[in-house]
Design a protein around this ligand. Structure first.
Ligand code: MBD
Ligand code: FE
Length: 309
């Protein structure tokens, strides 16, 4: 049986002191959060009879997560980032804010400031031998009206499942663009068909997933931030139909409305019309934004992101 002291007045008082409750300075919100985390932590230690060795292994694990920049990865893998979406969905439902393309997680691999293009863009630098992909669609409001001048900020992995910037072997902003929709609300781009993502096999996230008996794979997917004046910012992704991990995503981002059909073709005339030779792929996907008058809701949520000013 584990020895219990967390509930005693002396220990409770001690963690109030450690949380700065007796100090006039500091941030009351941070004091409240730290106090709750500390008292819940010691409760976990006692309830699960955490050994001293397990405690120090956890401290070492946090150091490894930081050293490998994987804190954002492990929160996706443990479902916490998806939980934030579920919580926002519930909040929207409570406010009757329904309709539009569903949100899903941003993930840890966005880079701000990708080149801005009008109506259409080429995302790949021509160095990845992947299958050419032609994706297009319309950004609309909930009444079905096209939104001209909306920004489609798109990013995805290469055929190795890695992202430019985080993979320094790729060129700057490879597979990342911001596309402004045309007068008909239309965006289109040429890229390459991405591969699914796998957690670094030697990293701390995969190490933990191994302990849970889980894999660290995502289906092939394409990320989007969609924004337009007087509309709510949308963070979402499409996940590609047919992928073996479509309904077994380690980050739980797949939603039924976000599954995109991908058409592969070897039609020579169509390939020529696209300006490519041989096999290519096409995806059509429209986005629908909810209205808002709130300026803050029109931008992405604050988060430390690569190259964000
Ligand atoms: C990804 O590409 C991703 O989208 C998420 C959510 C986590 C890890 C890698
Ligand atoms: Fe991703």
């Amino acid at each position: 049986m584990t020895v219990r002291i967390a509930h005693t007045a002396a220990v409770q008082k001690f963690f109030e002191t450690a949380s700065g409750f007796e100090q006039p300075g500091g941030n009351p919100r941070m004091k409240a959060i730290v106090h709750r985390v500390l008292t819940d932590t010691i409760k976990v230690i006692e309830d699960l009879d955490i050994s001293t060795e397990e405690f120090w292994a956890a401290v070492h694990y946090l150091n490894q997560l930081g050293a490998r920049q994987e804190a954002g990865l492990v929160v996706a893998g443990l479902g916490l980032e998806h939980y934030l979406d579920l919580r926002l969905d519930a909040e929207d439902a409570a406010h009757g804010q329904l309709g539009g393309t569903p949100r899903t997680i941003e993930g840890p691999l966005y880079v701000a400031g990708a080149p801005l293009c009008e109506g259409q863009a080429r995302l790949d630098d021509g160095r990845d031998p992947g299958t050419p992909l032609f994706m297009q669609g319309v950004v609309r409001d909930v009444a079905g009206q096209p939104l001209a001048g909306a920004v489609v900020d798109v990013w995805h992995a290469n055929t190795g499942g890695t992202y430019s910037y985080f993979d320094p072997s790729q060129s700057e902003f490879n597979l990342r663009r911001r596309i402004v929709t045309d007068a008909e609300g239309r965006y289109r781009f040429q890229s390459i068909v991405p591969s699914g993502y796998g957690c670094p096999p030697d990293g701390p996230t995969q190490q933990l997933l191994d302990q849970l008996g889980r894999h660290g794979q995502r289906p092939a997917h394409v990320h989007f931030f969609i924004s337009a004046a007087d509309h709510r910012h949308l963070t979402t992704q499409i996940n590609l139909a047919g992928d073996q991990y479509l309904h077994d995503d380690f980050a739980y981002a797949t939603r039924d409305e976000l599954i995109a059909e991908i058409r592969f073709s070897e039609d020579a005339a169509q390939a020529k019309a696209h300006g490519v030779a041989g096999r290519f792929a096409e995806i059509d996907f429209d986005f629908v934004l909810q209205p808002t008058v709130e300026p803050k809701a029109q931008g992405r949520r604050e988060r430390v992101r690569a190259l964000e000013a």
